[in-house]
Design a protein around this ligand. Structure first.
Ligand code: ADP
Ligand code: MG
Length: 293
């Protein structure tokens, strides 16, 4: 029976761009009780688009001018980052045909943002969670909104403005989650993004819950917690940060053309990050090995 399974999985591989690196991981598909999904690029398209730009205390009514001035220095910083947020901001710069200066001393603020020196100014672009942690008040009238990922711009330690970006849920995601449900598998969302966005995606897809504003090193602990509760956990991820939790999960599924480190650690690699392929893979594994035992 084994060669047949291998043959079948190979043809599935060819069709779906699937690499089963660890056969045991695949055989274990039948035991999965929970799948933990990363958000950006798996359940969503992963293309952030700038939806709104706001400069808090702009000194004239020429909004566009102040926005552009902030965007160009933010872009200088984001040129050093590979985060989908950075890609979204750089696309906006192209649209507006702005010239981007050079940043120096670039550093990531792990799970919370990025910082650098640009034109002699210390610039930070950070998550709402970072503002909260530093007790920096949100701009007046600002309301978080589940359809936007917001990053705040801090210049020389003063809150200067924000950029709201939107991503789109993949059309296939809802059906994938539903199919998992029909097969008795719970789905959870795990993201570094803010809780309004996480809750909104989780609700729209009728998922069983979400973990938001999770720092890279906490992702591993979330997987462990689920396992301690008796769950048999599969996890999808694409980032460098996802390698430890992918290794901890009972089945790690590296998706997309993301980081090589994630792909090295995971038992299964999917070239596409389509959630439908993830579901086919798991159900196929389930069906195959159920018959064998
Ligand atoms: P995830 O992979 O779930 O998006 P990350 O740890 O990569 O989680 O990012 C968490 C948050 O940190 C982002 O939602 C954003 O607020 C902030 N962040 C990370 N990288 C950047 C960046 N290059 N520019 C602006 N904000 C960033
Ligand atoms: Mg990430």
């Amino acid at each position: 029976a084994v060669p047949l399974v291998v043959a079948k999985s190979t043809s599935l591989s060819a069709k779906h761009g699937l690499l089963i690196k660890n056969r045991t991981a695949f055989e274990n598909s039948r035991k999965i009780s929970t799948i933990v999904f990363d958000k950006t690029g798996t359940l969503t398209v992963g293309k952030f688009e700038v939806a709104r730009v706001l400069v808090i205390d702009h000194q004239s009514n020429d909004h566009q001018k102040w926005e552009n001035e902030m965007l160009r220095i933010v872009a200088a910083l984001e040129q050093n980052s590979e985060h989908p947020i950075a890609t979204g901001i750089l696309a906006e710069i192209k649209k507006r045909s702005l010239d981007v200066p050079k940043a120096i001393d670039f550093q990531a603020i792990t799970g919370k943002g990025v910082e650098a020196m640009v034109e002699g100014k210390h610039l930070k672009v950070v998550s709402p969670g970072y503002l909260n942690e530093k007790h920096i008040a949100l701009p007046e009238g600002f309301e978080a909104n589940g359809s936007e990922t917001v990053v705040f711009v801090i210049i020389n330690e003063v809150l200067y403005g924000y950029i709201a970006l939107s991503d789109t849920i993949r059309p296939e995601s809802a059906e994938a989650i539903q199919t998992l449900h029909d097969n008795g598998i719970k789905s959870l969302l795990l993201t570094g993004d803010n809780s309004q966005v996480a809750e909104s995606v989780s609700n729209q897809l009728k998922m069983d819950g979400f973990f938001a504003e999770v720092l890279p090193h906490q992702k591993l602990d979330k997987i462990k917690e689920l396992q301690q509760k008796g769950e048999f956990v599969a996890m999808t991820g694409d980032g460098v940060n996802d390698a430890p939790p992918l290794a901890q999960a009972d089945i790690g599924i590296a998706v997309g053309s993301g980081s090589d480190i994630a792909a090295e650690t995971a038992g299964i690699v999917l070239v596409n990050s389509n959630p439908k392929d993830i579901v086919s893979l798991i159900l196929f594994g389930k069906a195959t090995y159920r018959k064998m035992v």
